[in-house]
Ligand binder design. Structure first.
Ligand SMILES: NC(=O)c1ccc[n+]([C@@H]2O[C@H](COP(=O)([O-])OP(=O)(O)OC[C@H]3O[C@@H](n4cnc5c(N)ncnc54)[C@H](OP(=O)(O)O)[C@@H]3O)[C@@H](O)[C@H]2O)c1
Length: 312
């Protein structure tokens, strides 16, 4: 297939591009800069320079390429997240998920592409009931106003992609990324906080995280590109885990001291409502469907092994 990748230079894009090429696809990567274009060409793919918020440039690029499939991997999460203002760090990513998705979908449909695969997250499920969610479960529609825009933007992306009429939409809900270039890599922002013992287990730490290594996320994405839409897959490892279980093991993998514990009120004061939600209420996700339908299994089935062997 001829595959157009928006977000080719990002954390997941850098893993995905080589895997698409290795699978035999003709791959075109999109970036906003000449530097990005050089990076894409050095991976062995073709590059186009366009901003997703410039529909004229985007449509022209897509009309030139005429892809069979378009992959949406656009986010703009700051490299260093200010945990005291966690909720306000996602404005640009929200815009990429709402307006950016609309622009990309339109350009893809107008150019005659058959399939549209988009990045979502496995940590937007409603925090009610079971600790581990399947694709059938509800997304979080009633989040508190402070962090509701984040969940609303994810829901908008999924609605647009899965409801598209002129193109088959596939959504991949990735777990928390780790690996080179992520916040959990040994030079990443979470690692720095954990080393400084400023990432405690808050409020008992019963919030559930599902992780996925970037290489495994890319492999599942290549497989999902071959599936008909509309369709949704959780792309996570085999072991959803409460914060109180994974955080000490992550600290150990970094060679850091054991994290402190902190009460919920202190966590809320220091890091805000959303951080407290992540620590205490968030649900994990199941990869049963992805494994059954994609012929995929993660090379790092558990973060226990992945943190030690491939943190980046
Ligand atoms: N599931 C998860 O845990 C998850 C999901 C996403 C991100 N993250 C984390 O967030 C951090 C940053 O990663 P990231 O992927 O957001 O940032 P990134 O690595 O800087 O990548 C963002 C990608 O989106 C492109 N992009 C952004 N705005 C664009 C626009 N207006 N028009 C066209 N392209 C645009 C960028 O292209 P150019 O800059 O080349 O133009 C780049 O390819 C990492 O730590 C990553 O692990 C985590």
């Amino acid at each position: 297939m001829k595959v157009f990748v928006a977000g080719a230079t990002g954390a997941i894009g850098r893993f995905l591009m080589p895997q698409l090429l290795a699978a035999g696809h003709a791959v075109i990567g999109m970036t906003r800069s000449e530097q990005g274009a050089r990076a894409i060409r050095s991976m062995g793919a073709e590059a186009v320079v366009a901003d997703v918020f410039d529909p004229a440039a985007l449509n022209a690029a897509m009309a030139r390429v005429l892809p069979d499939a378009v992959i949406h991997q656009l986010t703009a999460i700051p490299k260093v997240i200010d945990r005291r203002r966690l909720e306000s760090q996602f404005g640009e990513t929200n815009r990429l998920r709402t307006t950016g998705t609309r622009n990309l979908l339109e350009a893809a449909s107008d150019s005659g592409a058959r399939r549209f695969l988009a990045q979502s997250v496995s940590f937007a499920y409603a925090p009610i009931g079971a600790a581990v969610k399947t694709e059938e479960d509800l997304l979080y529609a009633g989040a508190p106003p402070k962090y509701r825009p984040l969940f609303d933007a994810v829901a908008s992306l999924e609605r647009q992609v899965l409801g598209a009429e002129a193109i088959e939409g596939v959504v991949v809900r990735y777990g928390f990324f780790y690996g080179p270039g992520t916040a959990y890599a040994s030079d990443g922002s979470v690692a720095n906080l954990v080393r400084k013992r400023r990432f405690p287990v808050v409020g008992g730490g019963r919030g559930v995280y599902s992780f996925i290594h970037l290489a495994d996320a890319a492999a599942a994405t290549v497989a999902a590109l071959g599936r008909e839409g509309p369709n949704v897959y959780n792309v996570v490892d085999d072991e959803p885990a409460e914060v109180r279980w994974w955080l000490p093991i992550y600290a150990d993998a970094l060679g850091a001291k054991k994290p402190f514990s902190a009460p919920a009120w202190l966590g809320r004061l220091a890091a805000g409502e959303y951080a407290l939600y992540l620590m205490t209420e968030q649900r994990g996700a199941s990869n049963v469907k992805a494994k059954a339908e994609l012929g995929w299994a993660p090379r790092y089935p558990s973060w226990r092994q992945g943190f030690r062997e491939a943190l980046g």
